[in-house]
Structure formats: C-alpha cells, structure tokens
Design a protein around this ligand. Structure first.
Ligand SMILES: [Zn+2]
Ligand SMILES: [Zn+2]
Length: 70
C-alpha cells in the first residue's frame, strides 16, 4: 500500500475514507467513535481528537439528504 498523494510508504490509513497516507500528507480531524448515555442521562461522545485524516475527503458531521435515491 502507498500514500495516495505521493506514493511513499504510508504511516496509516484515513479513518474516514480508507486511503493510505504518509507522514507528510495526513492531517488531524476529530472523529466521533460512539455516543452513549452516561449515568446522569447526559449523552456523551467518545471522540478521537486527532484521528488520521488524508486531507482529501470531506467527512460530513451529519448525514446528508439524498433525494435522488427515491
Ligand atoms: Zn504522501
Ligand atoms: Zn480520507
């Protein structure tokens, strides 16, 4: 597997789209792993504050409407 931008050996895979990225081309992006309700009924999100990100794809924070499917 190679970095999708420069072809170098990747240091990891984008958490959002699965592209391989090297040390030069990755970037940080908050990544919500899961949301759960705590003891006091307040929802909490488990977030990785600097998940590996390729810098190319655009993770959406909310689902997008796709009316053309219907
Ligand atoms: Zn690269
Ligand atoms: Zn990506």
């Amino acid at each position: 597997m190679r970095c999708h931008k420069c072809g170098e050996t990747p240091m990891g895979v984008c958490q959002f789209c699965g592209r391989a990225v090297c040390d030069q081309h990755h970037g940080p992006m908050p990544f919500i792993l899961t949301i759960f309700v705590g003891d006091n009924q307040i929802p909490k999100a488990v977030v990785v504050s600097d998940a590996l990100w390729c810098g190319t794809c655009k993770p959406q924070p909310e689902p997008l409407p796709m009316p053309e499917i219907y």
